[in-house]
Design a protein around this ligand. Structure first.
Ligand SMILES: [Zn+2]
Length: 358
């Protein structure tokens, strides 16, 4: 029997890229020493939020193609929960299935099953994006790292060629306690240990394995209250739709930079695609509603991503050199996976509704 190569693609949600050291994160530190890392971090796509960046990780596309601009998809012109729609372009799971390559996916944030189109993997967890009643959960209701490892242990790992996973708990800790501090450091240690447990399941095939570990976004403190941009746009009678997204907001519709900069609580704006701007305000300000969280993300100030490459496969050394030399962009990872698994050139539009669970 042919022994297959394996690519492990792990996302440590919101893991701070600059907290890798021998004392606190021995797993990541030893991986960075064995392979390599981006010491200054990689770069997220905007909005610097969980679902847009995960959709980018699995498609290689930016939101103008996969249409998950915020934690909602704008496919069809109306915002809908991204987990109900999935990316508008083909994912690594679609492409593995078409090529007859076995893929597995498991997530702490249960919504990522739908966001990433991971129902198309050979196995995924949690089933159909619903956490089992007995699964351990974090304070914000997502699967705890321990539950994710139990989900992994229910899978048949033999001959898996793509293994994609996400550990959520650092994101929850930073939202609740702030971008940095003792509680966050403690959670970083725990998630680093959980990563080590995941990797133990693959050590017997390490010489045939390429490991990529990234995070999706950083965090920033929010201590200046919230601006309800949707209410202001309504009050001014502007024909625009606003989608609040942490420390950024998506503005959909025909507008101009000068019109956006005239709004209260808007300091800068970026055009993501025709008819879609992202705006953000001064440090400390969030949009929409003050959820009582200590930290949020979404703005360009939270675009740093952890990036580590390791493993015994020869491709690991090449990628480690690349990310050490230049900050990797979120869009670059899917094509590295495609090259490793010989999946072709890039994503294509998906058949309508192929990602929908609803
Ligand atoms: Zn996230």
């Amino acid at each position: 029997m042919v022994k297959r190569d394996t690519i492990l693609f792990g996302v440590l949600d919101a893991f701070p890229h600059d907290q890798i050291n021998a004392e606190n994160t021995p797993t990541l530190w030893s991986l960075a020493q064995e392979g390599g890392w981006a010491p200054g971090g990689g770069r997220a796509i905007l909005a610097a939020s969980t679902y847009p960046n995960h959709a980018t990780f699995v498609t290689g596309d930016d939101p103008s193609r996969h249409l998950i601009y915020t934690n909602r998809s704008w496919a069809g012109g109306e915002p809908r929960p991204a987990e109900e729609v999935g990316p508008a372009t083909s994912t690594l799971f679609d492409e593995c299935r078409a090529a007859g390559r076995k893929s597995l996916a498991f997530f702490g944030d249960q919504n990522l099953v739908g966001v990433c189109g991971a129902e198309k993997a050979d196995e995924h967890w949690p089933p159909r994006g619903v956490l089992p009643d007995d699964a351990a959960k974090g304070a914000l209701g997502y699967g705890a790292d321990r539950a994710v490892i139990e989900g992994l242990d229910g899978m048949d790992l033999a001959d898996a060629e793509l293994v994609f996973f996400q550990l959520d708990e650092v994101d929850t800790a930073r939202h609740l306690h702030g971008p940095h501090g003792d509680e966050v450091l403690e959670q970083c240690r725990a998630t680093d240990a959980a990563l080590g447990e995941v990797l133990e399941r693959f050590r017997s095939r390490w010489e045939r394995t390429l490991l990529i570990v990234v995070s999706d976004h950083d965090h920033e403190a929010v201590d200046r209250g919230a601006v309800d941009l949707a209410a202001e746009v309504r009050a001014k009678g502007l024909n625009l739709r606003v989608d609040h997204e942490g420390t950024a907001a998506l503005v959909a519709g025909e507008t101009s930079r000068s019109e956006l900069l005239a709004l209260t609580g808007v300091e800068d704006a970026a055009l993501l695609a025709p008819g879609f701007h992202l705006v953000w305000g001064p440090p400390g300000q969030q949009y929409g509603f003050d959820w009582g969280l200590a930290a949020q993300h979404g703005s360009p100030r939270t675009m740093s991503q952890l990036a580590v490459a390791a493993g015994g496969h020869p491709a690991a050394a090449k990628i480690a050199r690349e990310i050490g030399a230049a900050p990797p962009h979120a869009t670059s990872w899917a094509n590295r996976v495609r090259a490793f698994l010989d999946l072709g050139d890039g994503s294509e539009p998906r058949a309508s509704g192929s990602g929908a669970r609803s």
